[in-house]
Design a protein around this ligand. Structure first.
Ligand code: PMP
Length: 406
């Protein structure tokens, strides 16, 4: 018998499992709105032109080598990534009190940050190892933080009645959180709800968190995808950096540069002083070294090639805006298609929500019905990836939603 004979069959991942089921479905009308990956109007994955150009440059560079990167990754990539999220003229960067390490996309950045916190975040209060995450949030958050050694609690975020932000509930829960607790904040384009606080609300949240000594941990997986502007989408993070306080930020280039499988991202920790930042970085290296030694070189080289060159950077912002605009146009088209069908209910949240996803408000049974009868695949919480839609598939989705609610 096998020494692994006792191993039980694990369930599929709730998000990636949707694609597994989709792949098995032979129907020609099937649509995958599960995973958050951008598709063109033709339903195809997209490699940005600027990425292809950067790869060509790398390929033609005779000096290019495949040596190990340092534990902290490509230094130039780290510098440019910090400037991308905190701003070109960020005082925190100029004062050298930011440490940035290249990590394995957004997930890896969250994991490294969380393990660092579990090991080194000590305040007098005994709650320093608790992280508050929004309810709901990306399904991987609680798993990443728990396995890294943090205790996970939730704060109210989404209000099903308005399909908008439960701002009052959020403020109450953060007010009630013990001083010193960590708070996970989606920098923009909240996943799965598509609901973001306004800048005024962010300012309110900032004041509350700073007055209570709550430590912000920003997850920035969609910079540029919400509004189409990299700077506008980074405003909430920059608001918190501007007050001189400390924070963590996990960045992903999966969506905004379409580098999903290259696994390229960064963790930045903004510290009070340069001296603290140096010591924090030395400990980040001790977290990373036994985990995967050092990060891969190719994706980070692509990003650095684009970010360092004014012309390529400009090309990237245009392609990024085009992706964001196509998603916004899918929102309009789906909303209009439901209005045209006279589908009962208020569907204005489809055009009010922002980023890659719409949190439809459809329940588990309605989702199951749409998958069974219409071959539409989505997560059971009713989240649909707007980036997976096209003008061709909108009518089919609208028919399915209409049938599900009537
Ligand atoms: N955070 C959020 C909120 C996300 O939606 C995602 C991607 N689905 C990630 C982090 C991490 O993605 P990746 O590891 O591919 O960068």
């Amino acid at each position: 018998g096998s020494v692994f004979g006792h191993v039980a069959q694990a369930p599929e991942d709730p998000i990636l499992g949707v694609t597994v089921a989709y792949n098995k479905d032979p129907s020609p009308v099937k649509v995958n709105l599960g995973v958050g990956a951008y598709r063109t109007e033709e339903g195809k994955p997209l490699v940005l032109n600027v990425v292809r150009r950067a790869e060509q440059l790398l390929l033609n560079d005779p000096n290019r080598i495949k040596e190990y990167l340092p534990i902290t990754g490509l230094a130039e990539f780290n510098k440019l990534s910090a400037k991308l999220i905190f701003g070109q003229d960020s005082p925190a960067i100029q004062e050298n009190r930011v440490t940035t390490v290249q990590c394995l996309s957004g997930t890896g950045s969250l994991r490294v940050g969380a393990e660092f916190l579990a090991k080194h975040y000590h305040k007098k209060s005994c709650f320093q190892h608790t992280i508050y995450i929004p309810l709901p949030t990306w399904g991987n958050h609680p798993k990443v933080f728990t396995i890294a050694g943090l205790t996970v609690k939730t704060y109210r975020y989404y209000d099903p009645a308005t399909r908008g932000l439960n701002f009052q509930g959020l403020l109450e829960d953060l007010s009630a959180a013990p001083s010193g607790a960590i708070v996970l904040l989606h920098a923009c384009a909240h996943n799965p709800t598509g609901v973001d606080p306004t800048l005024d609300q962010w300012e309110h949240i900032r004041q509350l968190m700073r007055s209570k000594g709550l430590l912000p941990f920003f997850d920035s997986a969609y910079q540029g995808f919400a509004s189409g502007s990299l700077d506008a989408d980074a405003q909430p993070v920059r608001l918190f950096v501007a007050d001189g306080g400390e924070l963590l930020a996990a960045q992903s280039y999966a969506k905004n540069m379409g580098l999903y499988g290259e696994r390229v991202g960064a963790l930045s920790i903004v510290c009070k002083t340069r001296d603290v930042a140096v010591r924090v970085e030395s400990q980040l290296k001790l977290v990373i070294r036994p985990m995967y030694s050092n990060p891969p070189i190719h994706g980070a080289s692509i990003v650095a090639t684009i970010l360092r060159d004014r012309e390529m950077y400009g090309g990237w912002t245009i392609e990024l805006k085009a992706m964001a605009d196509r998603i916004i146009s899918m929102r309009t088209q789906l909303h209009e298609a439901l209005l045209a069908r006279g589908t009962p209910g208020d569907w204005s949240h489809i055009i009010k929500q922002i980023g890659m996803f719409t949190f439809t408000g459809l329940n588990t049974d309605q989702v199951a019905f749409m998958t069974k009868e219409y071959h539409i695949y989505m997560t059971s919480d009713g989240r649909i990836s707007m980036a997976g839609l096209s003008s061709r598939t909108v009518p089919h989705l609208a028919d399915a939603i209409h049938a599900a609610v009537t």
